[in-house]
Design a protein around this ligand. Structure first.
Ligand code: FES
Length: 56
C-alpha cells in the first residue's frame, strides 16, 4: 500500500527502513524522501514508526 504518493513510498519500504535503523522522521526522509513534498503522509509515517517500535 502506498503511504507517500508524492514519492511512491510503500508501507513495506517504510517498515524495512525502520527495521534497518531509521529511528526518526529525518532518517526516513533521508532514505526514502517520505513526507518531504506535500507532507500529507507524515502523520501516517509517524504512526507506523510508533507501531513498529511497539513490536520490538
Ligand atoms: Fe508524502 Fe506527499 S504524500 S510527501
Amino acid at each position: 500500500m502506498y503511504i507517500c504518493v508524492c514519492f511512491g513510498v510503500t508501507d513495506t519500504q517504510i517498515k524495512q527502513a525502520i527495521e534497518n535503523g531509521a529511528t526518526d522522521l529525518k532518517a526516513l526522509q533521508a532514505e526514502l524522501n517520505v513526507g518531504s513534498q506535500c507532507g500529507k503522509c507524515i502523520r501516517t509515517t509517524l504512526e507506523m514508526m510508533e507501531q513498529t517500535k511497539d513490536l520490538e
